[in-house]
Ligand binder design. Structure first.
Ligand code: HEM
Length: 412
């Protein structure tokens, strides 16, 4: 029996190169197998749905998922820790996002991210200095993972030394986002629930401490804020902190690793970046289009019957928006399978679009720019030891588990 396109996306065998499947998928821009979600794969349709107020991010609006082998477990309703604002609709979403933005970005905190430049530079330099044997480097373990984790811990005020505790919880929660048809949804839901509960308890202790002794970190500021939107309840604070910690953990690592992998496959661009670090800005944008760390958004629901390209998607249906496929849509991007940092008008979907577009985007961009410019400058003659590298299981948050490279030495 031939596998459905959806199962092919989720099949680990296709993780290293899912793009031919997306090309197949785009032949039917609204793809629907009986009982499964409606899968949208073309640029303009994805973008329009991301801006459509008739589309909900709140899992409570999903009609029954019984009989849908691809439905993700609706674990959060029973969880001790409610979903963060990523999974809420206006007006709750907008209120929580505004409150979270107060200590993070303009207009209230215009210097927060920009003010981290010196710190980002020091963390990156320290990690490259500590690489050790240049003959065998695992870029994920030695660089791409520790860098954003250290950054998000500093930003939130979470002790870096607690990383081994929340690493497993963050991974379990991220894995549960994957709509894996072969996993037992009850077991997976329970595992994710336990992890959310433990993470919630851990963060509750930390927030308690920050309320007593506030610092200049985001957790302290969120815990003590009294702006025009009032204060967050303890539950809102916990789910927001968990959302930021997980988002800061599970995405930037893949952007940096996908980035180095792509540059090593395009040595001409790597050479240009080495000569001119300012190229890091368009390189990161093109990477967000070409190899986006968030491949698809599988958690949207229709609040009404909606017609897309002549297909009526009924109210309460589950939608998958395949961002990575939209990014390779030839109707939108010329020669879309070519990695080209000089591409004009690169309005990719790598950070989403609309009201849920990535909250951490300015930080994620800056981290990846620093990381890739420094790796290009300091690694002497870097080479891939394995191509393709082994990937993580996750099809939604896609990226290599390890990236083994070698180089002739580390420049000062
Ligand atoms: C390269 C790194 C990153 C990528 C590719 C990425 C991608 C995305 C995408 C595609 C969305 C939209 C999801 C949707 O529409 O359902 C999103 C939302 C979000 N991201 Fe990121 N992200 C990254 C880094 C970060 C970081 C570092 C943070 C935290 C500081 C963060 C925090 C968030 C939050 C809180 C949301 C939810 C926004 C909302 O619902 O209003 N992200 N991200």
């Amino acid at each position: 029996m031939t596998q459905s396109l959806l199962h092919q996306i989720l099949d680990y065998a296709n993780r290293a190169n899912p793009y031919p499947i997306y090309e197949q998928l785009r032949k039917t821009p609204v793809h629907h197998d009986d009982g499964g979600p409606y899968v949208i794969s073309t640029y303009y349709e994805i973008r329009s749905l991301l801006h459509d107020p008739r589309i909900s991010s709140d899992a409570r609006n999903l009609a029954s998922t019984a009989g849908d082998p691809l439905a993700e477990p609706a674990q959060e309703e029973e969880s001790a820790l409610p979903p963060g604002f990523l999974r809420l609709d206006p007006p709750e979403h907008d209120r929580l996002r505004r409150m979270t933005n107060r200590p993070f970005g303009p207009p209230h905190s215009p210097h927060r991210v920009d003010g981290m430049r010196g710190e980002l530079h020091d963390i990156v330099s320290g990690l490259v200095d500590g690489i050790g044997d240049p003959g065998r480097i695992d870029l994920v373990e030695q660089f791409s993972y520790p860098f954003p984790v250290t950054v998000i811990c500093r930003l939130l005020g979470v002790p870096r030394e607690d990383e081994s505790r929340f690493h497993t919880w963050a991974d379990t929660i991220a894995a549960s986002l994957d709509p894996d048809p072969d996993a037992d949804p009850t077991e997976r839901g329970k595992g994710a629930n336990d992890a959310r509960m433990q993470l919630g308890m851990y963060l509750a202790g930390l927030i308690e401490e920050r309320r007593k002794n506030p610092g200049d970190d985001m957790l302290s500021q969120l815990a003590t804020a009294k702006g025009e939107d009032g204060s967050m309840t303890t539950m809102e604070l916990l789910s927001t902190a968990a959302l930021l910690l997980i988002a800061g953990h599970e995405t930037t690592v893949n952007l940096i690793t996908n980035g180095m992998l792509t540059l090593l496959r395009h040595p001409d661009v790597l050479q240009r970046l080495r000569e001119d670090p300012r190229l890091a800005v368009p390189v990161v944008e093109e990477l967000l289009r070409f190899e986006p760390p968030v491949q698809l958004v599988p958690q949207r629901t229709t609040l009404a019957d909606i017609e897309v390209r002549g297909v009526t998607i009924p109210k309460g249906a589950s939608l998958w928006l395949v961002l990575a496929s939209g990014n390779r849509d030839p109707q939108r991007f010329e020669d879309p399978d070519r990695f080209d940092p000089d591409r004009p008008d690169n309005q990719h979907l790598g950070l989403g679009s609309g009201i849920h577009s990535c909250f951490g985007a300015p930080l994620a961009r800056l981290e990846a720019q620093f990381a890739l410019a420094e790796l290009a400058r300091r690694l002497e003659n870097p080479r891939l030891l394995e191509d393709p590298p082994p990937y993580r299981q996750n099809a939604v948050l896609r990226g290599p588990r390890h990236l083994h490279i070698s180089c002739d030495g580390i420049r000062p």
